[in-house]
Every structure is written in C-alpha cells, then in structure tokens.
Design a protein around this ligand. Sequence first.
Ligand SMILES: Cc1cc2nc3c(=O)[nH]c(=O)nc-3n(C[C@H](O)[C@H](O)[C@H](O)COP(=O)(O)OP(=O)(O)OC[C@H]3O[C@@H](n4cnc5c(N)ncnc54)[C@H](O)[C@@H]3O)c2cc1C
Length: 387
Amino acid sequence: MKAGIVIVGGGIIGASIAHHLAEAGAGADTVVIERDPTYEWAATPRGSGGIRQLFSLPENIELSRYGLAFYRDFETAMAVAGEPAPIGFRQQGYLFLSDRGGHADMEANFQAQAALGVEAQLLDADAIQSRFPAITVDDVALGVFSPSDAWIDPHAALMGFRAKARAGGVRFHAGEVTDLEADDNAVRRAHLASGETVEGETFVLCGGAWTAALGAMLGWDIPIEPMSRESHFFRAQDEIEDLPFIKTESDLAFRPEGTGYTGGVPEWSTPAGWNFELSQNHFETVVWPALARRVPALETLRLERSWRGHYARSRLDFSPIFGPWSGGLANAHVCSGFSGHGIMHAPGAGRAMAELLTTGRYQSIDLTPFGYQRVLDETPYRERGIV
Ligand SMILES: Cc1cc2nc3c(=O)[nH]c(=O)nc-3n(C[C@H](O)[C@H](O)[C@H](O)COP(=O)(O)OP(=O)(O)OC[C@H]3O[C@@H](n4cnc5c(N)ncnc54)[C@H](O)[C@@H]3O)c2cc1C
C-alpha cells in the first residue's frame, strides 16, 4: 500500500488529523493505520470527555476555544450522507476550586483567560455557595466558573471523526506497525505485523501513550510515557442540583454523566507505566471521602463501575509534543502527549497538523512552542493551570 501521508494510530488525535486533511483536500492521499478498530485499550473511549478553556498557556486556551466551538456544531457539521453525528454535547460549565493554597495562580490564569476572551467568572466562596448550594466551600479560597465549557461522549466523537474522514477519502487500515523503515534522508515505510508494508512520503506518529515505542523504531527519543488513571461511575441516592464539571486543586475531578456521575482522584505519586489493574480500595479510601467532603449529598452513593486509562504525558513538562522531528528526519512528525486534554484539543490539533502538512506552516494557532525543539533544548513549556 502507498500513501502521501501515513498516520500511525487512529485514536481521536489521528482521526481528527485525518478529517482535517480530508477537509483540506488531501483525504485520498492519507492512510491511518490503527491496530485495534475496537479501541479497547486506547485512551480516547476511557477519557471523561471534558472541554474547558481554563488553562494558563495561550495555545491551550486557543485549542480549547476551537474544540468547544467544533464540538458544539459536531452533530450537524460532521453528518455523513445526511446522518447526524450526535456526541452528547452537554454545556454545563466547569468549576475550578482553589482548596490548596493556589488561589494566586488560579486568579492569574483567570486574567489570562479573560484577556483571550474566555467568559469565565472569578467567584469568592459566598458566590460559589449561592450558585451551587450543594457544594461545601469552607476550605475554598476562590473558584473560577466557566459556564460555556462542556463535555461530550468521546467514543462517539472518535467514530464521528472516522466516518467523516472516510467520507472524505481517507483509508483506515487495520494493522499493527511493528517497524518504521528509514534511510539517511527520510522515513520510507511502515512494516505491519501482518507482513504488509505501507510506503509514505510523510509519517505522523499519533500512538497516544504508545508513541515513544513508535519513535524508538526510528531511533527518535520521544519522552512520552503512560500515566495510569482510575475512573469511576457512581449514582447518588439523593437528588442534587445540576452540577458543572468540578475540578479542585486537591485533585478531585468529577461531573454528571447521565443519571449519575463520573470521575476520580488521580494518584500522581504513582510512577509512570502501564497499569490496567483496578486498585483494591482507592474509591472507598480516597475518592468517596473527597466527594462527600465537597458535596455532602454524595455521602450516600452507589459505585457501579471502575476502569483505568492512560494519559500520554511528556516527561519534560506534561505538554504535548507536536510537529516535525527537529534535528532528525524531516518527514517524521509527532502529535501526542496531550495528558488529560487530548479530547478537547483534538479538533485544534488536527487542524494545525493538517495546516502544517498541506501548507508548510501553522495558519490558525501557532503551536511552535509545543515543538520537539524544546525537548532538544531541555526547555519545558509548562501549563500552570490544573492538569
Ligand atoms: C481517565 C482519563 C480521563 C480523561 N479525561 C479527559 C477529558 O476530560 N478531556 C480531554 O480532553 N481529555 C481527557 N483525557 C485524555 C484523552 O483521553 C487523551 O488525551 C486522548 O484520548 C488521546 O488520544 P490519542 O489519539 O492521542 O490516543 P489514543 O486514544 O490512546 O489512541 C492511540 C491509538 O494508537 C494506536 N496504536 C498505538 N501503537 C500502535 C501501533 N504500533 N500500530 C498501530 N496502532 C497503534 C492504539 O491502538 C490507539 O488506538 C482523559 C484520559 C484519561 C485516561
């Protein structure tokens, strides 16, 4: 098989790049190689699907703003042959709570967000209490509420990207890349476990938390590692008012999901690595107490399901690594390391990569600061908001 552009990894990042390439007229020249079209272990269907503009870095804020607008219109804009593409877009806002002394940073980030046009509100504890009576605020210094933020069903969005990209001429090929062959000048072909080869002119590595292994096939050191996170779905016994997606400095993150809630408390101190095994009692000893502390009505709840997924995290600074292989083969690109933000940033990342590949430069959001050059320079470009 031959293609102009070969995308390795067809999660939401690879599929969004494929869709945006199709929009740019390069669909028929693009192939996506994905080893598991059911996405059993991929991060995308295991993510919470939150879309928020509450960041400190301008690139992250801009990516979120584009993602929010994109997902708001997804159902109709991504229709294929008249079939709408519903993704459960729910615009119920995000609420950040400063409960661990970081209020100065949260306020500074709020100013940066406001300067870029984000319509968030800085709230003191009383204002939070009167707006959301279910929430305990006795330990909260301040909060930032962004009412236009939202969440979606990430699996539905992934399927929508795939279907639309296909309709635009992109080929999705089921297969596992086991090697990437290069000569001194360029990457030439991908070898698949089936024995097939895919020749290409440009390669984009989008393997999520597996991206470092793809880079290693070329001798390219991409410092992205998996970070395991446990999530839960639970129901409350009592009726609670409509809540936004709540994230606190003390690491509690949860939101409404259907008639229940989904969320958790990540264990940041756990070393990086693959771990799909559920913990014995993390929910009972850490998550549930944190939920009940923040929303007393959640003292009575029923845990229904837990699962693990992996953030793809850059060791350098937790920010994505994006663009060509500076100092290496010019036709090799990476688009990965989105930590907990790859669903919301997939539309903007896909558009930016399509711009880069079809016009040679970023046209809308300049993502140069996320480039691989900063890895070579050992210059972290770090998000100061809650990650
Ligand atoms: C618990 C949790 C909560 C999250 N919450 C949010 C949230 O609220 N909002 C948000 O925006 N993001 C969130 N995220 C992050 C988000 O899920 C990821 O950033 C995003 O899904 C990454 O997409 P991806 O395409 O890079 O990776 P993936 O979805 O993992 O896709 C990578 C694909 O590459 C394929 N692949 C790998 N190696 C090969 C190979 N050798 N050959 C062929 N194919 C290969 C894999 O099979 C996989 O399908 C969350 C993540 C987790 C784990």
